[in-house]
Design a protein. Sequence first.
Length: 251
Amino acid sequence: MQSCANSKEAMDCLIPMGVTSENVSKRYRLKRETLDEFAARSHQKAAKAQSLGKFKAEIVPVGEIAEDDGIRPSTTAAKLAKLKPVFDKKNGSTTAGNSSQLTDGAAAVLLMSREEAMRRKLPIMAVWKSFAVEGVPPEIMGVGPVFAIPSALGKASLSLDDIDVYEINEAFASQAHYSIETLKLDPAKVNPNGGAIALGHPLGCTGARMVVTLLNEMRRENKRRGVVSMCIGTGMGAAAVLEVEGLRSAL
């Protein structure tokens, strides 16, 4: 049996997440300006959604806290350009501004069979159509959605164009931007209300939070099919396909 210490693949699982972001940027030649622009748009979309009250239906107030406080409406790419790289201080492109911010949070979803939901007379917000996890090299774990999304769609016999809304976690602008560009997704369909760069990425919360945000957006905008996806540390990507019943796809 090979010792983990003697296996590069195993030891790569210990690479800090921020370093994997730099690896993605360097391997795929992503420009710092592109990442800052992506991050600024996340804040702008989230700020607009918050001002329109779009998040109210999915937030349960805790004490006096009734909305996310990490959204920065005045964020611009020019302001973000002033921040210094964190993980490669000389040639890096990943900064505190184009990464998911440090945020506390919790989220919950209720998943059950149709039979049980009907027995309890609970409204069915959506149907869980498929789920997939795919492995990727740990040193570029952020590209996981590129492989997980097509896999989940294949299980549901759907194509990329069949999806109305995508929620893709913005762990870092590098991996989120690369995933969207590589899959050739319509940017208007992806994270229409901002993502983790503006809203935060609390571990153990983000997956549920993205599902809730997706379902509320789909029902509000009369959309039928949605996808949730994220990268996973140690080299994986996960994706799920959800469908709102009784609604016609906008496509």
